[in-house]
Design a protein around this ligand. Structure first.
Ligand code: ZN
Length: 293
């Protein structure tokens, strides 16, 4: 089943729900970065959330999530856009622990239970907004729920799940974000809270291979209106040309020392691990370009 996202409304537009399956997306990130299972669950949960937050944006807007806990994985960075493209990495991918008391991957131990989340939205060319919230559990679903309440004042519920196979590939990944729209009545909020309280954990839904529509039906109790469907995938915006522009911007002196000291430049994209090599001839060309500016 291809990864996709569904945006829906329920209870006469008083509730907005985003749900996505992201198995291939998370699997590609985990493969590219060689991420071990517990770290993979942490990165995957962040990528699912980023993908759904991206779907809340329009046009060329982008969102970056940075989770900085005191656990061994270190910072987790995820970028998403409004068109279903997400990329991400974790500082220390080689982190894995025994399952926790609930028989689940111990994400809180990998992420840490102290620290903070920073979410930056790039809206248009110059407008940028960053919201912060503390890490409250380290399991990430609860932490993003808290972020929406604290930083954006939107009562929400975030459920994210990643299932890792014995060969370390991703068996299933997905989740939902439910948001209460301004002006929603108390009876609706109570009903939704009861529904979410009674539903099985999101990891169960992911494990049995529920589609985004099935996840939405479970979260809302059945009645919902589909607003939009979108394909989602791992995609990085890096390219040789972009790296070349970055080298030119260093200026000719800096490029000259790269030529003299290293005889070239080797760079690697943090987000997707793609390698870009520039030999002496390449750098000479970029140096001439820098001089021409
Ligand atoms: Zn890249």
């Amino acid at each position: 089943m291809k990864d996709y996202l569904v945006k829906a409304s329920a209870y006469d537009n008083q509730i907005r729900i985003y749900a996505a399956t992201t198995t291939d997306m998370v699997n590609e990130a985990v493969g590219r970065h060689g991420v071990w299972p517990t770290a993979a669950a942490a990165l995957g949960r962040t990528m699912i959330t980023g993908t759904m937050m991206g779907a809340m944006l329009k046009g060329e807007d982008k969102v970056t999530i940075k989770v900085e806990g005191d656990g061994p994985v270190g910072p987790i960075i995820v970028d998403s856009d409004a068109h279903g493209n997400t990329r991400g990495y974790v500082y220390n991918p080689a982190v894995h622990f025994d399952l926790n008391a609930n028989g689940k991957l111990d994400v809180a131990r990998a992420v840490g239970t102290n620290g903070h989340i920073a979410i930056t939205k790039n809206l248009g060319m110059k407008e940028q907004f960053t919201g912060h919230s503390p890490i409250v559990s380290g399991e990430l679903g609860e932490d993003f729920t808290y972020y929406f309440a604290k930083s954006e004042q939107i009562p929400s519920s975030v459920g994210v799940g990643v299932l890792v196979d014995t060969d370390h590939s991703i068996k299933a990944a997905g989740g939902f974000i439910l948001q209460v729209m301004p002006g929603a009545d108390d009876a609706t909020v109570t009903k939704v809270e009861q529904q979410i309280g009674a539903m099985p954990p999101v990891s169960k839904l992911i494990e049995r291979g529920d589609s985004p529509e099935q996840i939405i039906a479970t979260v809302t109790g059945g009645e919902y209106k589909k607003l939009e469907t979108m394909d989602v995938a791992f995609k990085c915006e890096c390219s040789r040309e972009r790296i070349a522009r970055a080298i030119v911007s260093l200026g000719s002196d800096e490029i000259q020392s790269m030529i003299e000291e290293d005889g070239g430049a080797e760079t690697q994209c943090h987000f997707c691990n793609e390698k870009y090599d520039f030999n002496e001839v390449d750098l000479q060309e970029l140096k001439d370009e820098a001089n021409a500016h």
